[in-house]
Design a protein around this ligand. Structure first.
Ligand SMILES: [Zn+2]
Length: 142
């Protein structure tokens, strides 16, 4: 039995797939509830892997704000595509941006606020803080 087969046997309620750092899973109940077909599940796995690789790239680009912003945009687009595949409306309130490993925004506060959209952005977050400062400036001047 391969490690993947063992993971699948141990988690029968999940569709388990291999990632670069280990394994991840999609709950079968969610697949059934959203009436997602096999082809869509494969696409979802592909986009979830893309999310992980974007997070790694973001981490590597932290000292280069323009590249970081471009990657963050790709991350957001990827989240929208995932919502499409799951049959959900495109809604950025459901994007858990604080789960990007490089993000320093308060995770527990944002988990508590999910999915209201009233999230806390830390001015010290190198990913989102800069945008927050820009928004604040815009609010003051605009
Ligand atoms: Zn952040």
């Amino acid at each position: 039995m391969t490690t993947l087969e063992k993971m699948q046997a141990d988690n029968p309620w999940m569709v388990v797939y291999k990632t670069k750092s280990g394994f991840a899973g999609i709950p079968k109940a969610m697949i059934a509830r959203q009436k997602v077909n096999e082809e869509q599940v494969l696409q979802i796995i592909k986009l979830q892997k893309k999310r992980n690789s974007l997070c790694v790239k973001i981490e590597a680009a932290m000292s280069d704000p323009p590249i970081c912003d471009a990657l963050l945009e790709k991350w957001t687009e990827n989240e929208y595509k995932l919502q499409d595949l799951w049959g959900f409306d495109r809604d950025s309130r459901y994007h858990k941006f604080w789960e990007i490993p490089s993000c320093q925004c308060p995770k527990m506060d944002n988990d508590d606020a999910y999915p209201t959209g009233y999230y806390t952005i830390s001015g010290a977050c190198k990913l989102h803080g800069r945008h927050h400062m820009i928004r604040v400036v815009q609010t003051i001047t605009g």
